[in-house]
Write a protein that binds this ligand. Sequence first.
Ligand SMILES: [Zn+2]
Length: 329
Amino acid sequence: MPELPEVEVSARIAASALKNSQIEAIVIKDCKLFRPPNLTTINTDVPTQSGTIKQDFYWQSGDLLALFNHARPLAPYTLRLGKLMASLFEAKDGRVFCLFARLGMTGKFVQTSHETLPHKSMKLSLSLAKNLTETVTKGSPKLRLDFLNTRMFGQLWVQSSQQAVAQQQQLDTAKAIFKSEVLRSKMGVDAYELSAQPEEWLKHIREYAQHRKVKTALLDQSLFAGIGNIYAAECLFVAHAHPLAKFSQLSDEQLLLMANGLHESMTQTLVRSEGQGEVIYGSGLGPDSPFRVYGREDQACYNCDQPLSFLRISGRATVFCQHCQKLDE
Ligand SMILES: [Zn+2]
């Protein structure tokens, strides 16, 4: 599964491509990618700051082509929480809509120049023209925002307000539509944001996860949206926490080390990936690997030189050091 930084990188790329752009054309190459979320769990009423609005769902190409025709990207262009992202638009008739994306294993947004041939796994392509300032007189620069998906685990769909929305309420409406999907899919607090706020992090764990086993709780998207197997393993190592320990067995100091480790390793990944068009993990899992435990089973622990151990917890591979991450009985 993708980790939070992959989704953040895709959201940043989409936002930068959509900024000050207008949509000139849309190509949908594979409709299988467009699927709505579970229709039985969908709520068509969305509470906004100025009252409840109705929303519609679109995943068929005819509807999508009509909706995107002369649509305008809406600042701040993308929203992300955990591993969910959406790009924001205003339709020609004034409706506000979110293009939701779940990246799956291999999905990502890329920005390319207008002339570049599409990648063979391109599934959706928005042709964009940058709006020019008056001081620039030459032809408008053109680019494309493409969604690539090699293995078809990604998912795209659109949620739109049923009615036109007044300009000053557009962003609030887009955020409310986004939040409706966060609630529907039972996602908790964004792990990247939460781990940057030590007091909130402690409070959240002591209140909602105190009696849960740490590794499974960290992967529970309804508690910590966005943490995957890599960052769970890494932050447990930093906090000297055994993956089978309960949060109640860990000190506040350990929890703060965990938050700091999580935030720092995600930030490092984002910094390393800046301008690269995708998440860069150095040279994989070799000697230059940025990971201290993930993917390093049987290799020497960086702290104590003992070989790292392997456990399967809830079906997920877990590498840790049984000397540095002891389980208190
Ligand atoms: Zn060790």
